[in-house]
Write a protein that binds this ligand. Sequence first.
Ligand code: PHE
Length: 339
Amino acid sequence: MLSNLAEIEQEIRSFSVNGKDELENFRLKYLSRNGLLTQLFEELKNASKEEKPLVGKKLNEVKRLAESIYNDAKAVRDQSESSGTDIDLTLPGRNFSVGTEHLISQTLAEMVRIFREIGFKVTDGPELEEEFYNFDALNTPEHHPARDMQDTFYVQNKFDKDKKYVLRTHTSPVQIRTMMSTKPPLRIISPGKVFRNETVTFKNYFMFHQLEGLYVDKNVSIRDLKGVLSYFFKKFYGEKTKTRFIPSFFPFTEPSGQVDVSCFICGGKGCKTCKDTGWLEIGGCGMVDPNVFKSVGYDPEEYTGYAFGVGIERIAMMKYGIKDIRTFYQNDLRFLDQF
Ligand code: PHE
């Protein structure tokens, strides 16, 4: 009787119970009042004393197995009937792709890590910013021609007519906010979104990210500025990377510079990415203008400092050979999944 039961168990396991008729046949064959298992329970009475407990145990197991197979299959069938669809259990499962961190977030995290290792603290500020912090306190009063350097989104403020708001055009207002609330010395970076009213092209977008750096202390010199940026770009792009500084203009720094790094694609020899110059422009920098110190209440006779601001999209585009800034924000998984 035991070997007979093992055979029945095999049969039950391989029984196809997908269709409605098959399900009913299964019930009739094994579980109904005249079914095989019911019959075997009857026969159990005639088994010998020794055999009885063993066979009884096995019989119960097989019955539970048959019941669970039947109940599971019935539940699936009932559900598909009530939802009006016919589930095809032979179809392969649906794939859910695993999300990845956005390339801009990855790049920012990497940059922040490098600066934190050398003592910079991360600070933050609002994206909807008062004109005062974005311009005036940065030595850029109204009608100053330098305001035209950045195409600004002005925001109407119905509730407080005295204050004018803008979507911040750079991360430099965070410098002002931090200096106003902290005594020197200070060494900060502030990564974040900035906005410019520019025509969208492959290299310009109306929103992008910057990382600002500021160091204020006694006797800070332009050598410190060059040192820290050279160090950073070597860490970020590789030890062979060179950095150069070209005179430039920003109202909030004097002197001001543009930071270039040697093209890491051709190593400085000249290629398509660097337009045969061997250099890639990456950001602005300079020594904090004494007027900025005055507007935050620092004594320019006692303190000096440097500041820099770099564009994250540019930095990431160069590192990964991305040709169009818009691809960052089109949410195309074929692009995003690559990083
Ligand atoms: N805020 C400048 C810009 O967005 C960059 C910059 C930052 C320049 C700090 C000098 C010092 O163009």
